[in-house]
Design a protein around this ligand. Structure first.
Ligand SMILES: *Cc1c(COP(=O)(O)O)cnc(C)c1O
Length: 229
């Protein structure tokens, strides 16, 4: 079942890339595995997937030892500073940095571990009260402040668009995130690149790809509805 779902998602990604005149290689699929059991993750792995996303540090740390070690784990959820130490070494990228304080903690812990942690700045593009992320207008100054920290490297931007039945309504938010990335890259800030745009989920990943996503994060479309207990 998971293999079939992945085949369908893959086909839709390829078509969206073609529509946008982009190569399929320019988009990475992250399988969002939160709440899902190890067997399902293994199935996705066996189907060729290597990028998995979780929104809780504990869940990454619990699952990771029991699965193949070449899986790239992405931290995509809201991150508390007291969990950062545990996370370093268990993730290839933190997508959800939205404050200087959090960035400072990541910087300190990464330096202690002797690594440089790739991060994305999460932007609340649609300005929803329910969402984390720095305000659109505050993103540039946050990035400038973060850019001087050692032990981290800003790779780009991430957003979670509003939940919607009509993906077209999110197109403008994806376009806004891309425009912000272009603006910031033109400022040539040291230690900041804007090569990664993490945007688009099960409901809207095709529109996100058309608007420039380089990472899409898909959960339900691969693993089915999540049950929270
Ligand atoms: C859960 C989650 C997703 C995946 O959502 P689906 O609608 O199930 O594809 C993507 N990004 C983030 C940050 C998430 O928390």
């Amino acid at each position: 079942m998971i293999k079939e779902n992945l085949d369908r998602i893959e086909e839709r990604i390829a078509k969206a890339c073609a529509r946008a005149g982009r190569s399929r290689d320019s988009v990475t699929l992250i399988c969002v595995t939160k709440t899902k059991p190890l067997e399902m993750l293994q199935e996705a792995y066996d189907a060729g997937q290597r990028h998995f996303g979780e929104n809780k540090v504990q869940e990454i740390c619990r699952k990771r030892p029991d699965l193949p070690q070449d899986i790239q784990w992405h931290m995509i959820g809201h991150l508390q500073r007291n969990k950062v130490r545990q996370l370093i070494g268990n993730t290839v990228m933190i997508h959800s940095v939205d404050s200087l304080r959090l960035a400072q903690t990541i910087s300190e812990e990464a330096q202690k571990a002797g690594v440089v942690m790739p991060i994305l700045i999460e932007v609340n593009v649609a300005d929803e009260d329910s969402k984390f992320g720095v305000a659109y207008d505050g993103a540039e100054s946050l990035i400038k402040a973060v850019s001087v920290l050692k032990g981290i490297h800003v790779e780009g931007l991430m957003t979670i668009a509003p939940y919607t039945d009509n993906p077209e309504t999110n197109r403008r938010y994806f376009a806004m995130l891309r425009e912000l990335a272009v603006d910031i890259s033109q400022k040539c800030i040291d230690n900041v690149s804007m090569n990664v745009l993490s945007m688009g989920m099960t409901g809207d990943f095709e529109v996100a790809i058309e608007e420039g996503a380089t990472i899409v994060r898909v959960g339900t479309g691969i693993f089915g509805e999540r049950i929270y207990t």
